[in-house]
Every structure is written in structure tokens, then in C-alpha cells.
Design a protein around this ligand. Structure first.
Ligand code: ADP
Ligand code: TRP
Length: 348
């Protein structure tokens, strides 16, 4: 186990709300796993977050193991990276309460997630409101430096920074009012202010209809879809009705946007040339995309299935991850409890 304390810490979470899709993979999973090479990486399965929308215990349990198997199959190395299930680290709920007391309702009202839920007439339970507070606690509990996420999570990161600032001013004696300057090094005594890490090239992976790929829009392609499903999903990508012989615009085509995620620069240039040259149909492009996706994901799919077939091993790994995560959380929570006037350690 190599946890070099000099390395910055990267942390992210993924909700167990169904099988991960290409947007999750390119937008978050792969960048997060790449960061593990030179970061102290910590990734977790956000099962507490899933409860805001999923009211099916068996599904949350199953999908939690599914996310764990997915991360391992995609290359998470548990000897370097801590992987745990959020609810196995109950300290996060304690910090959530303290942050709740430092967060105005006005801030929570501005969250895109609340606005979306309201616009769609979805269930606006208290958990939906508290979601950014729990997410801030996830991050601040571990003195996190960077949080690899897709663009849709940037606002949540801003909110986490605002909460850290408020706590630091209210309880850790930081000066109020002035703009917070990120060039001032963290004092090691308060809450560390994290930053989002959004990779521009994959900040928004489009779905079959060109909108953001999302489970909730039903326009997604699962990372480990079986070959038959993969083919039918790719064939369902929306294209226009330009006839086969005519030149086509590679810049507006969703198939090209997805092909770009897998292809080398040369392969992409070749596909673009086919589009511009004409006599090349969308069906051809879709088959090229299918070949790329299958080559990329097939080896991972095998590993994924092997992990899923050993749920007890996954549980052991998550338990060990939680134990390690709790040792990192303990001093941070102690720091916060002491500052706000609670006993540094609860009398348990
Ligand atoms: P979904 O929208 O399907 O419910 P999640 O909200 O569970 O996906 O997202 C998990 C992670 O994947 C987040 O970091 C999110 O930013 C990223 N992500 C999700 N969809 C996309 C996408 N289409 N493009 C880029 N990143 C995405
Ligand atoms: N809100 C994130 C999502 O919907 C998941 C998440 C929960 C998260 N806690 C986090 C991501 C902490 C990064 C850091 O995808």
C-alpha cells in the first residue's frame, strides 16, 4: 500500500442507481482512475445519495456491488486506491449535520438538482434538498484537494467550497468578508477547500439523441451492455436523413461525437474524410463505432463479470476500504467537533 501523504488527494463518488454508462465512464470513472497514478485516490459508492430517488432496497444493494465491480473492472487498483461504500462511514452523516447548520436555504434553493426536480414535478423530499450538503460532507470529511466529475457536478463543488468557507469563518476564526484567496495555503486546522476537476473533452458525453447521456433520459449506453444490446443501442443513435451518396457533416453527428471517445486521431480523421467524401452511410459509421466500443469494453466486461460472481470478495474489499477511509475521516471530524463545541470524541 503506497499512500504518500505528499500527494494531493482526489476523491469522487458514484451513485448506485443502475448500471454505469458511457457518460459516467468517460466523464468521471476514467479520469478518476487516471488520477490515481499521482494522487492519493479515494472513491466511493454513494448509496446514501441513491436513496433520494431509489426506494427499492434490493436494487440499491445490487447496484452498489455493480458499481464496485465496474470500478475494479475499469482498472481501480484497491492496493493503491481506497474504495468504499458511503454508508459504511457514518461519520459523513455527522459532518452533514454540522454543514446543514452552516448552509442557508437560499443556497440550497439555487441547486440545479432542486430546480430540475421542481420543473419535472418530481418528489422533492428533504433528501433532495440536503443532497449538496451530504455531498459536501463526503468531500470535506477527507481534506480532499480535487474532485474529478462531469460538468453537471460543478455547481455542487462550488457549494461545497461555500460551506467550507462558512464553517471556517464561523468556527475556525478565518477572516469574514474578503474574497477567499486560493493562493493562500491551507492552514491544516480548518476545512480544506476542494476544487472540481472537469476534463473539457469529456465534460458532456452525448446520448443517443445528442442530449447529455443520462440514465434518467433513457438515452444511455451501458458500459457493460452485452454485444447484442450494445449493437441495438448504437443502431438507435439518432441521425438525419441525408442520403447515402451525399456528403455528411461530421461536426453535428452524434455517432462521430461518440466515436471520438474511442478513436485515435488518425481513425477520427479517416471517419471525417468518409463523411465529407459521401457514399458513406450512417450505418457504416455505427458499425465502426460498434467495433471500437467492443474492442474497448470487451476485456473489461469479462473482468466485471468475474468480480460480480464473487460478491463476498467485493464486500470484503468494501469493508476494508471503509476501515481505511474512517481512519482518515476521524481526525477531520475531531477537528470539527472540537471547533463547534461538541466533545472531540463522542462518549460511545
Ligand atoms: P446520470 O446523469 O446518468 O444519473 P450520475 O449523475 O450518476 O449520472 O453521474 C455520475 C458521474 O458521471 C458524475 O461525475 C457525472 O458528472 C458524470 N456524468 C454523468 N453523465 C455524464 C455525461 N453525459 N457526460 C460526462 N459526464 C457525465
Ligand atoms: N452527486 C454525484 C453524482 O450525482 C455523486 C456524488 C456524491 C459525488 N458525493 C460525491 C461526486 C462527492 C463527487 C464527490 O454523480
Amino acid at each position: 500500500m503506497t499512500h504518500d501523504i505528499a500527494q494531493p488527494r482526489s476523491l469522487s463518488g458514484i451513485k448506485p442507481t443502475g448500471q454505469p454508462h458511457w457518460g459516467n465512464y468517460f466523464g468521471m470513472i476514467r479520469p478518476a482512475l487516471e488520477l490515481a497514478a499521482d494522487h492519493d485516490a479515494m472513491y466511493f459508492i454513494a448509496d446514501l445519495h441513491a436513496l433520494t430517488s431509489v426506494k427499492d432496497g434490493a436494487a440499491v444493494r445490487r447496484d452498489s456491488l455493480d458499481v464496485a465491480a465496474t470500478l475494479l473492472a475499469c482498472g481501480l487498483d484497491p492496493t493503491r486506491t481506497i474504495l468504499w461504500r458511503q454508508s459504511d462511514v457514518p461519520e459523513v452523516l455527522e459532518l452533514t449535520w454540522v454543514l446543514s447548520c452552516a448552509t442557508s436555504l437560499g443556497l440550497l434553493e439555487r441547486a440545479h438538482s432542486v430546480k430540475d426536480a421542481r420543473a419535472k414535478g418530481n418528489d422533492l423530499n428533504h433528501g433532495v434538498y440536503s443532497y449538496p450538503v451530504l455531498m459536501a460532507a463526503d468531500i470535506l470529511l477527507f481534506d480532499t484537494d480535487v474532485v474529478p466529475v462531469g460538468r453537471d457536478q460543478k455547481q455542487h463543488l462550488e457549494m461545497a467550497r461555500d460551506m467550507a468557507t462558512f464553517v471556517n469563518v464561523a468556527w475556525f476564526g478565518h477572516p469574514a468578508g474578503g474574497t477567499v484567496d486560493d493562493t493562500v495555503p491551507w492552514d491544516g486546522q480548518s476545512l480544506k477547500r476542494p476544487r472540481a476537476l472537469v476534463r473539457d473533452e469529456v465534460a458532456l458525453v452525448p446520448g443517443l439523441d445528442g442530449q447529455k447521456m443520462s440514465k434518467s433520459y433513457g438515452n444511455h449506453i451501458a458500459v457493460f451492455a452485452d454485444p447484442k444490446t450494445l449493437k441495438s443501442r448504437i443502431m438507435a443513435i439518432q441521425t438525419d436523413s441525408t442520403p447515402l451518396a451525399e456528403p455528411k457533416n461530421p461536426d453535428t453527428c452524434h455517432v462521430v461525437a461518440l466515436y471520438k471517445l474511442f478513436a485515435t486521431a488518425d481513425e477520427l480523421a479517416q471517419l471525417r474524410a468518409h463523411y465529407i467524401g459521401g457514399n458513406y452511410g450512417y450505418g457504416h459509421a455505427k458499425l465502426a463505432l460498434l467495433a471500437q466500443a467492443e474492442a474497448h469494453f470487451a476485456p473489461m466486461r469479462e473482468r466485471y463479470q468475474a468480480h460480480l460472481a464473487r460478491p463476498d470478495d467485493l464486500e470484503d474489499l468494501l469493508r476494508d476500504g471503509a476501515r481505511r477511509a474512517r481512519t482518515i475521516a476521524a481526525p477531520v471530524l475531531h477537528r470539527v467537533r472540537s471547533a463547534v463545541g461538541l466533545p472531540g470524541q463522542p462518549h460511545r
